[in-house]
Design a binder for this molecule. Structure first.
Ligand SMILES: *Cc1c(COP(=O)(O)O)cnc(C)c1O
Length: 362
């Protein structure tokens, strides 16, 4: 993990410090009840392995219904595998992937996208609020077009972004237009896709295949599962032989139903979107509270489930001394408070109460 590990046993230094890991990441939460119940149901009896079971069939069908598209769907253990295998499926080793300099594929995947694609180079672009722009893409393509430079092939966007913003439909249309003009494929890292859907309140199809996305890595873990993300191909040709990539990379679960049943739990009755709405609302509440505390400067323009804020050093360390965990976010000079489906109003009020006390004590 990045700057500090979330301890397995919360460090309780005061009576209010119990939910210490709460704001470190949306992957500190457990299974949500809907995913957990489905997992328990899938545990009954013996079922066929390697995805030839009814839970996996149902999960694929639900994802297709959800996108209103006959997509090819694969299940892997985590987002790093989803992203790097999806990218590998779209590239040759001499290609390049255009992505934001703060993107997870660049900053948090230990070179896995390059590794699984046998050396495809990530070309880093800057852009406000964690987003790529059509002009940035065009510039990156046109600045070099000779044989000595890797050939741009894929644009990778993150939705919602690493900075808790979302690409609007217009912004996605601009990115797609640039992709079309330059013959680039479009990959979307949707580890927090649910939070983007919740923030924008549009049907998932409008943010994906209708927006020109070729492959989506769809996050399950951060949304309320214990483990597992999905790779959703909106182009059949790109999915060809993808199952072999998954198997070779150690990403084919033999007891597949335990990766897929939670998807059924999340999607069947809408928990997926409810969870994301709850996480986004928690972040909105936290942001409003932080804005009212002297010396705290909220950073960026939050639309999803993380709040970035610059805290006076004594306040940040005071909160940590009280057992709260949150990251100093890469490069921004701020702290990141991440909310999840499990974040309660009481958690937020407890954090804010500690922050107010510390701020008042100067
Ligand atoms: C969490 C996350 C992932 C997946 O990370 P893993 O640890 O590999 O599951 C991918 N992209 C983004 C933007 C993320 O925040």
């Amino acid at each position: 993990m990045r700057t500090e590990d979330c301890p397995t046993t919360p460090v309780a230094t005061t009576a209010t410090a119990a939910p210490g890991c709460q704001f470190a990441s949306d992957n500190t939460a457990g299974f949500c009840p809907e995913a957990w119940r489905a997992l328990e149901a899938a545990n009954a009896g013996c079922l066929a392995s390697y995805g030839n079971d009814p839970w996996t069939t149902r999960a694929c069908d639900l994802i297709r219904e959800f996108f209103e598209y006959p997509a090819d769907v694969f299940f892997v253990f985590n987002g790093t595998a989803a992203n790097s295998l999806a990218i590998a499926a779209m590239c040759q080793s001499y290609h390049a992937i255009l992505c934001h300099e703060l993107s997870h594929v660049e900053t948090d995947e230990c070179g896995a996208p390059e590794f699984f694609s046998n050396g495809t180079k990530l070309l880093l672009l800057s852009g406000d609020r964690g987003k790529l722009t059509p002009a940035g893409i065009t510039h990156a393509v046109e600045r070099r077009q000779d044989i000595h430079y890797p050939k741009p092939r894929v644009v990778s966007v993150t939705q919602a972004t690493e900075l808790s913003t979302v690409y609007s439909l217009d912004e996605l249309a601009g990115v797609h237009d640039a992709c079309r003009r330059h013959g680039l494929r479009l990959h979307m890292d949707g580890a927090r896709f649910a939070n983007a859907v919740a923030a924008l309140d549009v049907p998932p199809r409008q943010l994906t295949w209708e927006a020109g996305v070729d492959v989506l890595c769809l996050g399950g873990t951060k949304n309320g599962m214990g483990v597992g993300d999905a790779v959703v191909f909106f182009r059949k040709d790109l999915a060809e032989e993808f199952a072999y990539r998954c198997k070779q990379a150690g990403q084919l679960a033999s007891k597949m139903r335990f990766l897929t049943a939670p998807w059924v739990g999340l999607l069947e009755d809408g928990a997926w979107l409810d969870n994301a709405r709850r996480a986004n609302a928690a972040a909105a509440r936290l942001e409003a509270g932080l804005r009212g505390i002297a010396g705290v400067e909220v950073l960026g323009s939050r639309e999803a489930n993380a709040v970035f804020a610059r805290l006076p050093e004594p306040l940040a360390s005071g909160l940590r001394d009280r057992g709260w965990r949150f990251y100093d976010f890469i490069g921004s000079g701020g702290c990141r408070f991440m909310c999840s489906w499990a974040t309660t109003d009481a958690d937020i009020e407890a954090l804010l109460a500690d922050a107010r006390r510390l701020a008042a004590a100067g």
